[in-house]
Design a protein around this ligand. Sequence first.
Ligand code: C5P
Length: 227
Amino acid sequence: MRTDVIVVAAGSGQRAGEGLPKQYRSLGGVPVLRRTLAGFIGQPGIRNVLPVISPGHAELCDAALAGLDGVLAPVAGGATRQASVRAGLEALAQDPPELVLIHDAARPFVSARLVAEAIAMASAQGAAVPALALVDTIKAVAAPGFLATGPDRNALRGVQTPQAFRYAMIAAAHRAQAGADDLTDDAAVAEAAGHRVAAFAGDPANIKLTTPEDFVTAERRLLAGLA
Ligand code: C5P
């Protein structure tokens, strides 16, 4: 199925420290966003790869992506992740794909296996996300500074991106949810619109860079030849 990829990179990216937004910081000598996009370019079944960026980062983006072939011209994102995804979906509406993969720029270690499985699962099920069993036990906040028993860990999963959907379905679901921009992933948008979302095996190496420590971990992985 004709498949496009939206990579959302329009966050401020400041929690990772060091001034430069995290999606433009260097990781093993390559800007994070460039590394993330390169993970999709030329993968079997992938047609277009579309970055969604903050209008204020246009120059940073130009520099980070200089000479990179196979990427559509970036489009401007919005004030929330959900608004940024919506902008990407609208930008693809002229020549819509059958499937769309939606991925966070902050996850530069996407593997060929994840891309292939996302496409296969969404082709079969309409919506599919990579999920991992949790290692930590989850508690609820009972009162400030106190915790109470949380849900059964065995019934929970941590979800990653790329999340994959039939384009027409997720575009309609995002339009229907516009204005209630507090959903933090696209599976939640699909579910809010009444769709079931299938899960496939996530990848522990597909980490999301959030804190300065995450960058240290990621550099170590690259040095060790693990990514
Ligand atoms: O902030 P967080 O790491 O959860 O953001 C997940 C992804 O969504 C990041 O790649 C970030 O750049 C993107 N994002 C966006 N537009 C926003 C906020 C976040 O594209 N307004």
